[in-house]
Design a binder for this molecule. Sequence first.
Ligand code: CMP
Length: 144
Amino acid sequence: CTDRTFVMIKPDGVQRGLIGDIVSRFERRGLKIVAMKMLVVSDSLAKKHYEEHAAKPFFPSLVSFIKSGPVVAMVVEGRNAVPIVRSMVGATSPSNSSPGTIRGDLALETGRNVIHASDSPESAKREISLYFDNSEIATYKRID
Ligand code: CMP
């Protein structure tokens, strides 16, 4: 099982001290963190990451928010990692995200929704390559 997805704890999640809670949820589910780093996203990286939203009215505020402080970028691995992580993250709008999900437990606003996760295997591949070199992604066996 080598399905991989890209996850980012956004500046609000880092500033609120939620890194440990969020990483712990993935670990307890049995997913593997195979890459992780803290960084401040540059303007060009922010625009590339969110290029599919370039025409949306919220694009400028989305880009400036994502650059506003350190984020934690991760590659998370496991069978069906993309849909499983999306289900753990919850709906984009916190008013639709169920309790028990990361956004349902930790977020109140669409623009400050704590976490990003890839929505398809194709976007996972693209987003992983934007943030990580192959050499930064670890290979290890989960201890069963
Ligand atoms: P994310 O999963 O990172 O992908 C796109 C982001 O756009 C989404 O989370 C939201 O944070 C943001 N977004 C979507 N809709 C809106 C909106 N109406 N206003 C502000 N931000 C939005």
